[in-house]
Design a protein around this ligand. Structure first.
Ligand code: FE2
Length: 338
């Protein structure tokens, strides 16, 4: 009888562990994520069920579903979106000694509602035949007359641009931030369009000479399968603006996650976020998607190492997220997309 019971309980626990899940709503669109979910399953037996859509759609959906939501974790890119999610009250505070210890203060919400998991630097890329690195200095110097008709950048609807401008609002005040947006608009080589990779292609093909892009897109082109992308990347230099408008450093945007308030698998959700912040996962983000680790114990990939160290703007990102609406308005006022 005892033996029978033992077998039943072993079978039951096997069944339970096999049925452990975490439902992740994600905006991230990078191949490395799949590898990470597999690794997480191997280590914990928790299966990742993934729902992919745009950040705005996912946030709206979770807010609308309320108590009935199936989401356990929202994983998204950019602090503008993490702050939007926070403002819709869809997160619950996460108590995790590991996350508290591991993730630096400026890279998380002040109430532990969300945590950054990767960093990306929004840098100046330049055509190496047309520009010398020593001609570049700050984001604001791109507003000078010499860059007239030479700057390529994506639209104002791109949240990466919104956060860059929001960081200037936080660091330098609205007036200077507005000035910056206006001057960049005046110096654009073409009307904003496409994604960061299109901006890189545009400067490699001579449409413009400098582009404002996220670092990992350059990495994706250098290491990618496409011959023409690799050829494009050979034309491109990377410059980390050592100073912002007010000399704060290179603007960082992030990818991050939070546990959903009405999650039915909160423990699994925390385990999942902790796993993504582990050295193993962080090094994979760096190696496969060229994103900078947030865990200080993780090593950078050789490519990231080759780009060198840079001064990072350590302004608290939740403050940047809070200025997102003002940044969007400002872009409209200067006619960024026209
Ligand atoms: Fe991206």
């Amino acid at each position: 009888m005892l033996k029978k019971l033992l077998i039943i309980s072993v079978l039951w626990s096997t069944f339970l562990s096999a049925s452990e899940v975490v439902n992740v709503y994600s905006h991230r669109h990078y191949a490395v994520d799949k590898q990470l979910y597999k690794k997480f399953y191997k280590q914990t037996g928790i299966k990742v069920n993934l729902l992919k859509a745009s950040s705005a759609e996912l946030i709206q959906r979770i807010a609308k579903e309320g108590k009935f939501t199936k989401a356990d974790v929202l994983l998204t890119t950019d602090v503008g979106m993490l702050e939007l999610a926070r403002s819709k009250d869809i997160f619950v505070a996460t108590q995790s000694d590991f996350l508290n210890k591991t993730i630096p203060a400026h890279l998380k919400d002040k109430d532990n509602l969300w945590f950054a998991l990767t960093k990306r630097a929004r840098i100046i890329a330049y055509n190496i035949d047309e520009v010398n690195a020593d001609e570049l200095s700050t984001y604001s110097a791109l507003g000078e007359e010499k860059w007239k008709d030479r700057i390529v950048v994506t639209k104002a609807t791109e949240v990466y641009n919104q956060s860059l401008l929001a960081s200037f609002i936080v660091n330098d005040g609205s007036e200077k931030a507005y000035e910056w947006a206006k001057k960049i608009k005046n110096n654009m080589a073409r009307t904003p369009r496409g994604v960061d990779k299109d901006s890189l292609r545009a400067i490699a093909s001579g449409i413009g000479d400098v582009a404002i892009v996220n670092t990992y897109y350059v990495g994706q082109m250098i290491k990618g399968r496409s011959f023409s992308d690799r050829a494009t990347s050979e034309m491109i230099g990377i410059f980390f603006p050592n100073q912002g408008v007010n000399e704060k450093g290179t603007h960082i945007n992030v990818s991050g996650a939070g546990v959903v308030k009405y999650s039915k698998h909160k423990e699994n959700a925390v385990k999942f976020i902790e796993f993504l912040a582990s050295v193993e996962a962080q090094e994979l983000f760096a190696k496969e998607n060229f994103e900078y680790p947030v865990n200080p114990n993780a090593k950078m990939s050789p490519l990231l190492e080759s780009w060198g160290a840079f001064k990072e703007d350590k302004t608290s990102l939740y403050k940047v997220g809070n200025k997102n609406t003002e940044a969007v308005k400002m872009f409209n006022q200067v006619g960024w997309d026209r």
